[in-house]
Design a protein around this ligand. Structure first.
Ligand SMILES: Cc1cc2nc3c(=O)[nH]c(=O)nc-3n(C[C@H](O)[C@H](O)[C@H](O)COP(=O)(O)OP(=O)(O)OC[C@H]3O[C@@H](n4cnc5c(N)ncnc54)[C@H](O)[C@@H]3O)c2cc1C
Length: 478
């Protein structure tokens, strides 16, 4: 006997049917289930989804609707205030239960808490669940009962709690809908797709939606044994490329852990991969406990840093025209595909915040708009870590040398030649630093520095020394 006649499942960033506890809960407790997505970007504070995320969201919602239809259901789309939309839907359908899966960004936590109270006050049952993380951010505390700020002890404590991890649950075979469906806004009305169609590269590279996520996991599973050696090579596809699927909840970390047997990994590669999923957990733990870090440094000393404010270097960085090939390759990969390899993310972020002395938030905002996997927790951690002002900071001020990094991680020059074709004809030893090539070599390779490809916008050695001096000066400020 079901305890509710009609339930609403409020889909947010859990755009899947498999191992979706909010969906399962509604299907178990109600005779009729109404899946709903409410587009309310204004409620995400200053971090409303960027352009690449909107592109992904459009296609993922479309895939979710098709998957629901295959099970006798459909996705109802509304836009505007989430609470008003839910109230309207409750009036339209007579629903007495609303279920959803939790998100952990500060603005969303505040909004959802208010919605839960408001629904409860009107006699509607509201139930939230965990679909996004292995462990809730509040489940792990250090011996002083404080949140962790360093990854290794955090992950050790997390792993110790993973034994009781519930197994992923299959998608419901049928999702019984009401006799009369409430009205739905056509997806196209949400205006998620760009007006100027710059998205061809995204469509070439990605398949948003649950089926795309599961296929991606299957294909990574065949290769996962090379992860620990291949993961640092931007010229190879040695990582899982699951980040946008994880961000939109088209797959959850419990499913990845189960399929790859990550609780007891059978190789170093799988153990390393489990730790990377651990970094995602850590990022969510940090953002939940230190919500101000989306815009402010965790290490308060960095509030005194005097960042360079000129827009010109930032614009050159954004457009992949800095004259430093590995940086430009990464920024172009990002623009074209909506994604950038992790090693290159670290290199371009270090270059922006250290060599160009530009505020990490400027970089974080550009990533936010252009990454298909833009994720407030992971992006904040990545930028603050690289800028040196976040958790797990190195005991020294780490400045990546982009030329040495490129030599090491793009040894065959394939990555640079793919993304910076202007210098592809240079002999190998000059590809990572075209400014060091003699004039006749440049000429022979069809490269005109300053014309066909920029000269470096900063001197790497000088800018490194200036950054180190600024760091020393900051440390001595009272
Ligand atoms: C400056 C900077 C900004 C970043 N911004 C984002 C972002 O907005 N969204 C995002 O998902 N990742 C971000 N990352 C982390 C990382 O670069 C990506 O998660 C990774 O490149 C995604 O590719 P993948 O799925 O093939 O990763 P894999 O190597 O296959 O890793 C598997 C999963 O683990 C998680 N993961 C891996 N590395 C990290 C990490 N360092 N921090 C947190 N989670 C991690 C991701 O969910 C990833 O999908 C950022 C890193 C840096 C240095």
């Amino acid at each position: 006997m079901k305890s509710h006649r009609t339930a609403i499942v409020w889909f947010r960033r859990d755009l899947r049917l498999t191992d979706n506890p909010a969906l399962r809960c509604a299907a178990e407790q109600a005779t009729h289930v109404i899946p709903v997505f409410i587009h309310s970007p204004d409620e995400e504070g200053e971090w409303a989804p960027g352009a690449a995320s909107c592109w992904w969201l459009h296609h993922s919602l479309s895939a979710l609707d098709a998957d629901l239809r295959g099970r006798g259901s459909r996705l109802i789309v509304r836009q505007g205030s989430a609470l008003s939309s839910l109230r309207q839907l409750i009036r339209d359908t007579g629903a007495t239960l609303v279920t959803w899966n939790r998100l952990y960004e500060p603005a969303i936590v505040a909004r959802d808490t208010a919605i839960k109270t408001a629904l409860g006050d009107s006699g509607i049952e509201a139930e939230s669940h965990n679909a996004a993380l292995l462990l809730e951010p509040w489940a792990i505390k250090n011996v002083q009962q404080q949140p962790y700020r360093v990854f290794t002890p955090f992950w050790r404590a997390a792993v110790a709690k993973l034994d009781g991890l519930p197994s992923p649950r299959p998608a419901p075979r049928r999702i019984p809908g009401p006799e009369d469906w409430p009205a739905s806004t056509p997806l196209s009305k949400l205006d998620l797709l760009p007006k100027i169609r710059w998205d061809a590269g995204l469509a070439e590279r990605w398949q948003p939606g649950e089926a795309g996520a599961l296929e991606q996991l299957d294909s990574f599973a065949d290769e996962a044994d090379r992860y620990s050696t291949a993961r640092d090579r931007p010229d190879e596809s040695g990582t899982s490329s699951l980040s946008p699927h994880l961000h939109f909840g088209e797959i959850g970390p419990r499913q990845i852990f189960a399929q790859l047997h990550l609780l007891s990994p059978s190789s170093d590669s799988l153990a390393t991969y489990a730790r990377e999923i651990g970094w995602r957990e850590f990022a969510h733990h940090l953002l939940f406990h230190f919500p101000h870090t989306a815009t402010k440094p965790l290490d308060v000393r960095f509030e005194r840093w005097s960042w360079q404010r000129s827009r010109k270097p930032l614009a050159a960085w954004q457009r992949g025209l800095t004259g430093i090939p590995i940086v430009d390759a990464g920024m172009r990969e990002l623009w074209h595909t909506g994604w950038m390899h992790n090693r290159v993310r670290m290199i371009v972020a270090s270059f922006l915040t250290k060599n160009l002395q530009t505020h990490w938030l400027q970089g974080a905002r550009w990533f936010w708009d252009t990454l298909v996997d833009a994720d407030l927790a992971n992006n904040t951690l990545g930028w603050q870590w690289t800028a040196g002002c976040g958790a797990d900071a190195a005991p020294y001020y780490r400045i990546f040398n982009p030329v040495l990094q490129a030599e090491k991680f793009d040894p065959h020059r394939h990555y640079i030649r793919r993304w910076v074709p202007e210098i592809a004809a240079l002999p190998d030893r000059f590809v990572h630093q075209p400014w060091s090539a003699p004039e006749p070599v440049l000429e022979q390779s069809g490269v005109k520095l300053g014309k066909s490809y920029p000269k470096p916008i900063v001197d790497l050695r000088e800018s490194r020394e200036q950054a180190l001096a600024a760091y020393e000066a900051m440390k001595t400020l009272p």
